[in-house]
Design a protein around this ligand. Sequence first.
Ligand SMILES: Cc1cc2nc3c(=O)[nH]c(=O)nc-3n(C[C@H](O)[C@H](O)[C@H](O)COP(=O)(O)O)c2cc1C
Length: 210
Amino acid sequence: MYYTIEAGHRAAGLLHNPFNSLIAPRPIGWVSTVDTQGRPNLAPFSYFNGVSADPPMVMFAPNEKDEVGTPKDSFRNVVETREFVINIVPWRLRNEMNLTSTVLGHGQSEFELAGLTPVPSHLVKPPRVGESPAALECKVWEIIALPPGRGARRYHVVLGEVVAVHISDDCIRDGKVDTLKLSPMARLGGFEYMSVDHVEIIPRPPGGGT
Ligand SMILES: Cc1cc2nc3c(=O)[nH]c(=O)nc-3n(C[C@H](O)[C@H](O)[C@H](O)COP(=O)(O)O)c2cc1C
């Protein structure tokens, strides 16, 4: 038997909408931004991904803070300053990452709250997380407002072009990224997370596309 659920409906027998649990694992974009006064902000977003390799582009999708449409600080900052950094979250920083989802007043720094080091970026104003093994410096390309859903909090998609990449040499082996060393954490449904503890190489079939 399958549950079949039309958008906007609930299924008898399921406690939650399964959507988030089915789009899993999701990478976590740990987004650093600055406000117009240069004050740093840091927050995790699991509606995050790369969307193209050439040019390298990423997206993350913040929803609103409340029912009256107050923007989250990350969103307000990218609208006002058009720059952000995606920091990769290694499994060892899972608790720090979680802590940076705390709602603080605008201008208050989650770097400080979580004991993380803001390190100046190469081409953009937002600092990167010094403890992260890798970071992507981004400039906003476009911000798209998604249609309203049934809840009151709307989402936007922030699309950014990656203008610089940082990767710790600890995570490089034979000239390639060692994913086990990078140890990126991912989000599953609800409050479930996972780490990467197994990597397998599956070459393309003959005639496989790139
Ligand atoms: C693992 C994780 C993933 C999250 N993903 C999202 C997301 O994709 N979109 C979103 O709006 N909020 C997401 N949140 C919640 C934000 O991190 C949270 O609202 C945070 O306070 C926003 O901070 P800001 O106001 O400083 O931008 C996530 C939280 C956690 C812990």
